[in-house]
Design a protein around this ligand. Structure first.
Ligand code: NAD
Length: 270
């Protein structure tokens, strides 16, 4: 029996990366999916790909940072599929301009808060009433290993840390409605965007690699399990969405190969 037979899932940012891989896996396990995505081109392509493989998917052009846009996306999901069982809040990211607090432009802070923290709040605000009506559900929020520890990106860290306590609060608040809420904290995931950014000649293979490239190579040596694929995170999302994880609520699963758990000192050649 498929693990998500006839379930309806609302996935933000599902035109690319982790959420797209998750949408495909959910469909393979019997779910119908709403691809809630800002970028029309990738959103339509994801919908085409899933439907061509025999799945049931709808792309809904949405800005997850806007309340009215999220309400429309939820209404469109219910109009198409009639109910809601799973929310996967995955759209998000950080900006290069996320620099030390005293140097940061306020617009960078607001952008990051809206994308990474306001957005899961908005999908829960509009989605939870439908989950209550359905008799329960599963909410999965995507944070980061940088939400579990300090880092050099204050806005990103604040939002990803906020998601972890928000998830615990959702767990407490909706347990009576049979709704579970959990989070995933990925390490370094080889999405199309990451490959473009890090695995190019200038970044990794330059005669004298940049400090960022050297740090990345050292991390790979120290924490080899911390580098994964979108499909690795999709598998954890499937576990959290399905009945297999029925004892878990309020948890954050650190899918980061130990990077937020133990300290290793680099003793190789630089
Ligand atoms: N990739 C990693 O290494 C990594 C590591 C830790 C955490 N994460 C987290 O995982 C999540 C997904 O990351 P990814 O690498 O798969 O991202 P990605 O950039 O590959 O995909 C994100 C998708 O979200 C969409 N999006 C962006 N802004 C949006 C908006 N306002 N409204 C609707 N859609 C919007 C983009 O168009 C894109 O399709 C993010 O929250 C990120 O912080 C990623």
């Amino acid at each position: 029996m498929a693990k998500l037979q006839d379930k309806v899932a609302f996935l933000t940012g599902a035109g690319a990366g982790i959420a797209k891989a998750t949408a495909k896996l959910f469909v393979a396990e019997g779910a119908k999916v709403a691809i809630v995505e800002l970028n029309r081109e990738v959103g339509e392509a994801a919908e085409r790909e899933i439907c061509a493989a025999g799945g049931d998917a709808i792309f809904i052009e949405t800005d997850v940072t806007k309340d009215d846009s999220m309400k429309r996306a939820m209404d469109a999901t219910i109009a198409r599929f009639g109910k809601l069982d799973i929310i996967f809040n995955c759209a998000g990211g950080s900006l290069q301009e996320d620099v030390p607090v005293h140097e940061m432009d306020l617009a960078v802070w607001h952008h990051t808060i809206n994308l990474n923290l306001l957005h899961p709040f908005l999908s829960c605000r509009h989605g939870i009433p439908h989950m209550i009506k359905a008799g329960g559900g599963a909410i999965i929020n995507v944070t980061s290993h940088l939400g579990l520890m300090g880092s050099m990106k204050p806005a990103y860290a604040a939002t990803k840390g906020g998601i972890i306590s928000f998830t615990k609060t959702l767990a407490a608040q909706y347990v009576a409605h049979n709704i579970r809420a959990n989070a995933i904290a990925p390490g370094s995931i080889r999405t199309e965007r990451q490959i473009k950014r890090y695995e190019n000649k200038d970044f990794m293979l330059a005669e004298k690699p940049s400090p960022a490239a050297r740090t990345r190579m050292k991390m790979q040596k120290l924490y080899p399990f911390s580098h994964g694929s979108s499909e690795d995170i999709a598998a954890i999302a499937l576990f959290l969405a399905s009945n297999d994880s029925r004892m878990l609520t309020g948890s954050t699963l650190a899918a980061d190969g130990g990077r937020s758990t133990y300290l290793k000192i680099y003793d190789g050649d630089d």
